[in-house]
Ligand binder design. Structure first.
Ligand SMILES: Nc1nc2c(c(=O)[nH]1)N[C@H]1C(S)=C(S)[C@@H](COP(=O)(O)OP(=O)(O)OC[C@H]3O[C@@H](n4cnc5c(=O)[nH]c(N)nc54)[C@H](O)[C@@H]3O)O[C@H]1N2
Ligand SMILES: Nc1nc2c(c(=O)[nH]1)N[C@H]1C(S)=C(S)[C@@H](COP(=O)(O)OP(=O)(O)OC[C@H]3O[C@@H](n4cnc5c(=O)[nH]c(N)nc54)[C@H](O)[C@@H]3O)O[C@H]1N2
Ligand code: SF4
Ligand SMILES: [Mo]
Length: 724
């Protein structure tokens, strides 16, 4: 028996874990690492199941090649040759634009994803690039890009010090937080109230987070922007603002907010006018306060406008970049700019719908159009890394049908699932415990400055490839170097670029050195570890990979400190309160105020023992409360005479699901979790708990205008009783 320390790679909470393994590498137990200074021993049911997930017998261990409807195992050499034939065939016949790539949610977590997705995108040489960003958080990047000139200016609520937390469209008691890494988020919320703080939750469902709150307010889906404008209007009208950071556009903001008085917005958002006024006054009066929002508003109509107004309120109430308000993490690694600074978008447009590029990507919501629509530049080949788009994308089933028409598709994925079964080749990464782990992105949004590295717990099997090597081989194929090129060559290229920049940074430990000398100083057992070592050395704490190895429980780097001047990249160094780019959307919102709302609106629901589409094959994580049911208010159940199961119909599709009556959902709103729909899956446990695909109901034609993000919440649906 032995113990191993390891950061949990599943969700954004970055919990430190302590694993016990037997001599064969079988995980006997998973506990929270009590010595981790950040997570302090916390573990959730998913983390506790990490061993079973990692040892899932349905995980692929060798590459798979499809022949007609039949899959067979293949050697790595054969698989990469098939990829080379497939990709170069399409590129030669149709050009590089005919290749698209999708980078899914786990690529934000894995080192193979984080360090190699950029180089793979570049090597493919196509503008048909897609990622989970446009079905998740891209409205946030656009909003802060417009306000701060920096698409990575993502502040986190200072959870452990705030006096008032307003949570809108997030359910961290079950999701454990998002774009805000805080192990034991529920415990931190309880601690907030215990120290006399106040927690208010705005959500069309009375969630587990709402259950921890002082107050919960139902809001009509997709209308948060109007609610927030009501708060902004009140703050300005009652002179409650105390702006503490340099801003521009205050007068323009006043004009934009003028039509959105509390009385005007209340009928649309469903929150009474006097409550909106009270919220504004309470936020202004609180010693410190933070407004936090996530998926519920990012993946709804007016996503970008809503994200903008959240930070407007944080600025107006004097809580931007201040202890107890919202703050910017100072990560241990060098901050590499993502996208142009100052922020801009629309440098190119999608072929079929003319949608603007954002951060070098096009919206997932238009990938089906690009595959289906003939003409110059039509997508004929697809590379996916860690994505299950048939279950995750808006109108996923349509995208799945489109995938059948591709000339070639390759997936880097450990499972044969609803999406990968449409591919020609599947390249499986090793088990999670065989990979090193460093949460490069999530450690940029921690609520305390903190860092932790986990070396692989288990070695690779002879002949097995790391995810980094798989990615490197794909990159070499895409750049024309062929299926046999040495992946180390690519690692050296990436390191060379990184250090080439590093030696020019004044004050950096590599300043003035030649790249070879800087390279010789790096330590690490693999490409990604060497890259991490470089980023740590170039980071603000002067850390190294070996320092992190010497501190396997992680290192506390202190409470967050104000750092806005380093974050803002606008021309005049001021935070733009009223970006002119948003004027059209504000106009559209104003027109909404007089529109009649739809009858029944569908929203989503994350479940504690689930994670998007890929944890349903672990017996301990399915069944019980984790089921694909439709939450319906009892008043609607009675009104529509619903029993047992119901057919839910939207503009694009329909599903039949069991009804679960509950007072926790607002009348006129129904909720269905996403990530289900595993009928016929090769994942044997998941197929026994199939559920229905919520994204058979969501419409890829409807996107957030500013960011191209999918709209998953507030989908008009009709409910039809089904005879048993
Ligand atoms: N209706 C609705 N749809 C939604 C959402 C919603 O709230 N409602 N949420 C959206 C959000 S926020 C997100 S992030 C997306 C997520 O959507 P996707 O990006 O498609 O991600 P997942 O569904 O999590 O699928 C992850 C895939 O990665 C594979 N995988 C797991 N571990 C690894 C690994 O280590 N390496 C590799 N290469 N692959 C791995 C899994 O087998 C699975 O195929 O879904 C979105 N879809
Ligand atoms: N257990 C678990 N944890 C997860 C995941 C998971 O699938 N399961 N997924 C991970 C991922 S990829 C992400 S991005 C994060 C997401 O983290 P969160 O954003 O915290 O997750 P959700 O549970 O989707 O929270 C969205 C909330 O918004 C509400 N909502 C829906 N529509 C609206 C609306 O129009 N307005 C308002 N105000 N609220 C609305 C929903 O009822 C829901 O409670 O979670 C991560 N962690
Ligand atoms: S909260 Fe997230 S990071 Fe922590 S143990 Fe659970 S799944 Fe893992
Ligand atoms: Mo997500």
């Amino acid at each position: 028996m032995r113990t191993a320390l390891r950061t949990c790679p599943i969700c954004d909470a970055v919990c430190g874990l302590r694993l016990t393994l037997d001599d064969d590498g079988h995980v006997l137990s998973v506990k929270g690492d009590a010595d981790d200074p950040f997570s302090g021993g916390y573990v959730c049911p998913k983390g506790a199941s990490l061993g079973r997930l990692d040892e899932d017998p349905d995980r692929l261990s060798v590459p798979m090649i499809r022949e007609g409807e039949h899959w067979r195992e293949a050697s790595w050499e054969e698989a990469f040759q098939a990829v080379e034939r497939g990709l170069t065939g399409v590129i030669e016949a149709h050009g590089r634009e005919a290749v698209a790539a999708y980078f899914g949610n786990p690529t934000f977590h894995t080192m193979g994803g984080i360090f190699y997705r950029g180089p793979l995108a570049e090597a493919l040489g196509t503008t048909n690039l897609y990622s989970a960003s446009t079905i998740d958080q891209i409205p946030k990047h656009v909003a802060v890009g417009l306000m701060f000139g920096n698409s990575l200016a993502i502040s986190v609520p200072d959870l452990d010090r705030t006096d008032f937390l307003l949570v809108i469209g997030a359910n961290p008691a079950e999701s454990h937080g998002s774009l805000c890494a805080a192990p034991d988020f529920p415990g931190r919320l309880r601690a907030l109230r215990k120290r006399g703080g106040r927690l208010v939750v705005v959500d069309p469902r009375r969630t587990r987070t709402a259950g921890l709150a002082d107050e919960h307010l139902f809001v009509r889906p997709g209308t948060d922007a109007s609610l927030l404008f009501g708060i902004v209007h009140t703050l300005l009208a009652e002179n409650l603002t105390k702006v503490r950071v340099p801003v521009s556009g205050l007068e323009e903001l006043r004009e934009l907010a003028a039509p959105f008085g509390p009385e005007a917005v209340a009928p649309l958002c469903g929150v009474p006018a006097e409550t909106i006024v009270r919220l504004a006054r309470d936020l202004a009066a609180a010693e410190t306060a933070a407004v936090y929002t996530r998926v519920g508003t990012c993946t709804a109509d007016f996503g970008t406008v809503t994200q903008w107004l959240v930070d407007v309120i944080n600025v107006l109430t004097g809580n931007m970049d201040r202890p107890g308000g919202v703050m910017f993490t100072r990560p241990a690694t060098m901050e590499v700019p993502w996208g142009p600074k100052p922020f801009t978008s629309g440098r190119w447009h999608s072929r079929v719908r003319g949608l603007p590029e954002v951060l070098g990507e096009l919206p997932v919501g238009t990938l089906a159009d690009e595959i289906e629509t003939p003409g110059e530049g039509q997508v004929k080949a697809l590379v996916t890394v860690a994505g299950n788009l048939v279950l995750s994308a808006p109108n996923g089933p349509r995208l799945g049908r489109a995938m059948r028409d591709l000339e070639f598709m390759v997936c880097v994925d450990p499972y044969l699932n609803e999406t990968t079964r449409l591919a020609d080749v599947i390249l499986p990464p090793p088990r999670m415990l065989q990979m090193p782990h460093y949460d490069l992105l999530l450690l940029m949004v921690t609520v305390r400055n903190y860092t932790r590295f986990s070396p692989p717990v288990l070695p690779l099997e002879p002949g097995q490839l790391s995810e980094a090597e798989i990615m490197a081989r794909l990159i070499l194929i895409a750049s024309g170097k062929g299926a046999h090129a040495d992946p180390r060559e690519l690692d050296e290229m990436i390191l060379g670029e990184l250090l080439g920049a590093g030696v020019q940074i004044p004050g950096s430990p590599f300043e003035g050195q030649d790249v070879a000398t800087a390279r010789a100083a790096l330590e690490g057992d693999s490409g990604p570890e060497l890259m991490l070592d470089a980023l740590l050395r170039l980071g603000p704490y002067g850390l190294t990979l070996s320092a992190l190895r010497a501190n396997p429980h992680g290192i506390d780097l202190g409470a967050l400190e104000p750092r806005l001047p380093e974050i803002v990249c606008t021309d005049d160094g001021r935070v733009r309160l009223a970006p002119a780019e948003l004027a059209d959307e504000v106009g559209r919102l104003r027109r909404k105020l007089s529109e009649a709302p739809a009858d029944t609106l569908l929203i989503g629901r994350r479940q504690l023992r689930s994670n998007n589409s890929w944890l349903h094959n672990v017996p301990s994580l399915v069944g019980g409360s984790n089921q694909c049911t439709l939450h319906v208010n009892p008043a609607d159940v009675a009104r529509l005479d619903l029993r047992g199961t119901v057919l839910v119909r939207s503009a694009v599709g329909e599903v039949v699901v069991p009804v679960e009556p509950t007072e926790a959902i607002m009348p006129g709103v129904v909720s269905l979790p996403h990530g289900w729909g595993h009928a016929g899956s090769a994942q044997r446990v998941a197929s026994q708990h199939a559920g229905a695909n919520a994204n058979a109901l969501t419409d890829n034609a409807v996107l957030d205008a500013m960011s191209g993000n999918a709209v998953f919440n507030g989908i008009p649906v009709t409910l039809v009783p089904v005879e048993e």
